[in-house]
Every structure is written in structure tokens, then in C-alpha cells.
Design a protein around this ligand. Structure first.
Ligand code: SAM
Length: 344
């Protein structure tokens, strides 16, 4: 093979990802660890078994994997977990991935975090080109926070949010709507977030992973939350999409943005542009399906990315049309993976 044809072949194998339903894949979420320093009761069971560290991809391998996806058209990259900021040396991954922002190959590098370690890392994240982050926080009540997270300290999260804003990062708050737990608090959580210039996105709880508790007891449909908010506030639908699954409204009284992620009452699969990889290099093309493709083997099989590209293309070719999460009366999870494995 001549040099030129080898080149043509390599770039052909890094072709863009379009699934059988014509959806272009441009958004990758990477769970860099399944471990977390909190144990939110709707996310994990109390006695979670975590992956042996030897099964994890190294940070260098994660960089190579992310870079392969960027070569195949990913424009937005979100690191998540588990808690991404508890992975040892994770900032070196942010630093190395930031080169794709500098070349313009990547539009956005971001993360989802519980905020507990953010005070230490906020300004370094900003230095790496991170502009916006999502912080998960379901309550402003320290006792409830402890109850939800099993042992978390809300002050650390608040210090993390302060540090992020001081560093110039735009912060969006994500809160899971939980029946009987934070449902009465949603207006005050929204007013607090908007008062600090932060958007708030509410999320319906999904039946992912066995957590040893009834999902029926947790599930609060956002259609109900929205109706209640609409009786107190003026909500105007916004058209803008950030490439994620949330639908946004502007709240006239606060001036802030409120998002709704409704995997249960209305799925958003028709516009899905996302795939996910876990810290062991497993590719999931749909959050709500058991589909899984191993990318670790082709990654380690050769220094060239051709086999990796082929495996990715095969998986994208099987991306399901959509998901239907169901909370059944036996409380069986729709998907056996915990959210902490797949990455939120
Ligand atoms: N540790 C980080 C954090 O707390 O944001 C990232 C991982 S966490 C799994 C990502 C998001 O998923 C969080 O906002 C969390 O509340 C949400 N989450 C976890 N389990 C969920 C479930 N079963 N249904 C809906 N959201 C869930």
C-alpha cells in the first residue's frame, strides 16, 4: 500500500458516526470511575461493590479513547462517574484533553460532579478550558442532604460551588425530583439557584440498578412538578438546546432558566446525539438498554486505532431507536447497571 492510500484508509476508518436512524453522534460522556465519595440512595445501594482497580482503563487509555471519538466527530465531551474528581490524578486527563479544545476539534469539555471536591479543582478546571459544569444537588437542607447521600457534608458542596463561580465557571445545578423528600423544596431550590445566576435542571428518577429500595416510593413525575410550579410562576418555553436531553423554560419572576429531564414521562430519544463509555472501556449507545460493546480489547490489541474505529462503527450501527423505562410493580430495574457505572 502506498503512503497516500494508507492515509486515505486511515481517515476513512475515522468516519463520522451516524446511527441507523440518521442521528449524528457528537456527544460523548465518559465515566472515569465507578467510585464515589457519596452514596445517594437512589443511585447506589449502601454496600456497593466497586470494580477492581486493575479493570480500569488508565488515564492515558481514556485519553486515547476520547481522542478516537473526537476524530469520529464528537464535539462535546463530558467526564462523569461515579464522582470524576475522586479518580486519582484526573486533572492530568483534563489537561491532556484540553489540546482538542485548542485545535478546535472539540467545542466543549465539561464535567458532572457532586461538588464535594470542587473547591480543590475549580480553578485548574478553568485553566483546562472547562467553561460550564453541572453540579448535582438535590436539597439545601443539610440534614436531608445527609439522608439522601448517606454521609455527605453539604458545606463542602457549597464551598465547591463558591469556588467554581469565583473561578469563572458557569454552574448548572441538577436535582433529582424525589417524592416526599425534596418535592416541597423545589421552588426554594430554584430561587436559590437563579439568585446565584445558575440554571436548575430537574431530573426524573430512573429505574437503573438494584438499590435495594422501591422506585415507586421515589418517583415523582415532572409533569406534576411543572404543573405545581406553573401555578406559582410564569414559565415560558425556550427553544434553545444545549445538546442534552433537557427542555428549558424561562421563569419570569426569577429571570432564570429551569430545565426538565423527563426520561419517564416523555423520552427524548428522537434527538439523541449521545453515547457513553465506562471506565473499563465499555460503550453503551443507549442509557436505557443493556447494549454494550467492549472497546478495551480493540484499544489494547493494537497501537493503530483502525480496529477501535471498526468496533465503534459496529456498535453505532446497532444504536437502539429509544428506551422505555418502566417502574414495574415488582421494582425490577429496567437496566441492571447503576447510574454510577454508566455515568450520568
Ligand atoms: N458524581 C457525579 C454527580 O453527582 O453529579 C456524577 C455521576 S452521577 C451518577 C450523575 C447524575 O445522575 C447525578 O445528578 C445524579 O443525581 C443522577 N442520578 C443518579 N442515579 C439516578 C437515577 N437512578 N435516576 C436519575 N438520576 C440519577
Amino acid at each position: 500500500m502506498t503512503g497516500t492510500s494508507a492515509l486515505t484508509e486511515a481517515s476513512a476508518s475515522a468516519r463520522k458516526m451516524v446511527d441507523p436512524f440518521g442521528r449524528s453522534i457528537s456527544y460523548l460522556r465518559v465515566s472515569v470511575t465507578d467510585r464515589c465519595d457519596l452514596r445517594c440512595f437512589y443511585c447506589m445501594s449502601e454496600d456497593m461493590t466497586f470494580l477492581p482497580k486493575v479493570d480500569l482503563l488508565t488515564l492515558e487509555e481514556l485519553d486515547r479513547l476520547c481522542s478516537a471519538f473526537i476524530a469520529k466527530g464528537v464535539r462535546k465531551l463530558r467526564l462523569t462517574g461515579g464522582e470524576p474528581l475522586v479518580r486519582r490524578n484526573v486533572m492530568s486527563l483534563f489537561h491532556s484533553l484540553s489540546r482538542h479544545l485548542q485545535t478546535g476539534a472539540l467545542n466543549e469539555l465539561t464535567l458532572t460532579t457532586n461538588g464535594s471536591q470542587l473547591a480543590r479543582f475549580a480553578s485548574e478546571l478553568k485553566d483546562c478550558g472547562v467553561r460550564r459544569i453541572n453540579v448535582s444537588l438535590d436539597t439545601l437542607d443539610p440534614t436531608k442532604f445527609r439522608e439522601i447521600t448517606r454521609w455527605g457534608d453539604m458545606q463542602k458542596v457549597m464551598a465547591g460551588i463558591d469556588a467554581a463561580q469565583a473561578a469563572g465557571l458557569a454552574v448548572k445545578i441538577n436535582a433529582v425530583a424525589l417524592k416526599g423528600l425534596n418535592e416541597d423544596e423545589i421552588p426554594s431550590l430554584m430561587e436559590w439557584a437563579h439568585g446565584r445566576g445558575m440554571a436548575l435542571t430537574l431530573i426524573e428518577v430512573m429505574p437503573m440498578g438494584d438499590i435495594g429500595q422501591s422506585r415507586t416510593d421515589q418517583y415523582l413525575p415532572l409533569s406534576m412538578v411543572r404543573a405545581r410550579l406553573a401555578s406559582q410562576y410564569t414559565l415560558t418555553d425556550l427553544d434553545d438546546s444545549t445538546g442534552g436531553p433537557a427542555r428549558y423554560v424561562r421563569v419570569s419572576e426569577t429571570g432564570g432558566k429551569l430545565g426538565f429531564i423527563t426520561p419517564m414521562t416523555h423520552n427524548f430519544c428522537e434527538s439523541c446525539n449521545r453515547v457513553r463509555i465506562t471506565c473499563t472501556g465499555t460503550l453503551h449507545t443507549c442509557l436505557g438498554h443493556e447494549d454494550a460493546s467492549d472497546l478495551r480489547r480493540p484499544l489494547r490489541a493494537s497501537a493503530s486505532d483502525d480496529l477501535l474505529y471498526e468496533t465503534i462503527d459496529r456498535a453505532i450501527g446497532l444504536k437502539p431507536k429509544g428506551h422505555d423505562f418502566i417502574i414495574d410493580r415488582h421494582n425490577r430495574p429496567s437496566v441492571s447497571r447503576h447510574m454510577s457505572v454508566t455515568g450520568g
